[in-house]
Design a protein around this ligand. Structure first.
Ligand SMILES: Nc1ncnc2c1ncn2[C@@H]1O[C@H](COP(=O)(O)OP(=O)(O)OP(=O)(O)O)[C@@H](O)[C@H]1O
Ligand SMILES: [Mg+2]
Length: 270
């Protein structure tokens, strides 16, 4: 059997490729220059992480990313004493390191974090811009280059997992949605190497699947999945198989819904 061809890993572009869709780069830069934290909301796979990586590189700041989860504590962000050969030594957490280095700290899926995390975020996200380290007794003052960026997906968030108004009202906010079809097709073509008109057909299918959000599906097909699909086709996979693997199966476990999605795919791809 012929070995499937494998696409080279995406090039380490510097800054990473990001196609602006609605003035978000300017807003990010204004937030950075005015020392304001930024909150980004949007569905999975729509470009939030890529955008932050792009802007950090463009502004020449290091980026420390933390994937938040429901066990994440304030100490995971600020730091803790560790035992090292009989001694206890202080180890900065990513937020502390970002404050010391004047870096961009990106907390992904911030609503997942435990409530005590917001306590450390408050003084560093208002005009004090300080990070008190209770354990060491230090109070760090964030340099102008430090920026906090948080993101979450409002789609699968429950009432218990929302940010308190006193937290969210410390951030400028930006809502991401999927780009216009021709822009999304250009992004998919650039990322996958597949011809733009073939990408446009996949984006049409993704948009048809996105119509089912809130009805048969919790989430529509992400740009990330469209890129997976296009990349598989570019690498020689049969388009029908690539569509099932990248745009149908990841969306549902329900056999009836799956059948429905296959019909949507047949119609959309004609
Ligand atoms: N505007 C864009 N410019 C360039 N690439 C994009 C853009 N939007 C999406 N992408 C592509 O989509 C992929 C997924 O985006 P990304 O990982 O940033 O999603 P996300 O919004 O962070 O999702 P999640 O909430 O699941 O973490 C990226 O790897 C990139 O290839
Ligand atoms: Mg992300």
């Amino acid at each position: 059997m012929a070995r499937p061809s494998i696409l080279p890993a995406p090039g380490a572009d510097d800054p990473p490729f990001y196609r602006e869709t609605a003035g978000e780069c300017e807003l990010f830069e204004r937030a950075f220059r005015n020392r304001m934290p930024l909150l980004i909301k949007g569905p999975t796979g729509c470009g939030k992480t890529r955008f932050v990586a792009h802007m950090a590189a463009r502004l020449g700041r290091p980026l420390y990313t933390v994937a938040c989860h429901d066990d994440l504590t304030a100490a995971d962000l600020t730091g803790r004493y560790l035992l090292k050969g009989g001694d206890t030594v202080w180890a900065d957490g990513p937020l502390t390191r970002a404050v010391r280095d004047g870096a961009i700290c990106y907390l992904d899926e911030v609503v997942e974090a435990r409530k005590d995390v917001t306590v450390v975020l408050h003084p560093v996200t208002d005009d004090r811009r300080t990070l008190p380290l209770e354990r060491t007794g230090e109070i760090l003052h964030a340099p102008p280059e430090f920026m906090l960026v948080v993101s979450y997906n409002p789609g699968y968030q429950n009432v218990l997992k929302s940010l308190k108004p006193s937290t969210r009202q410390r951030f400028l906010a930006l809502e991401f949605s999927f780009p216009q079809p021709e822009v999304e097709a250009a992004i998919v073509a650039r990322e996958s190497g597949l011809a733009q008109e073939r990408c446009a057909a996949l984006v049409r299918l993704a948009n048809a699947l996105r119509e089912l959000k809130g009805k048969d599906l919790d989430e529509g097909a992400s740009t990330r999945l469209v890129i997976y699909c296009a990349s598989l086709i570019k690498a020689g996979m049969r388009p029908a198989d690539a569509v099932v693997a990248a745009l149908i199966e990841p969306l549902t476990d329900d056999p009836d819904v799956r059948q429905g999605l296959l019909r949507v795919a047949d119609i959309a791809l004609g």
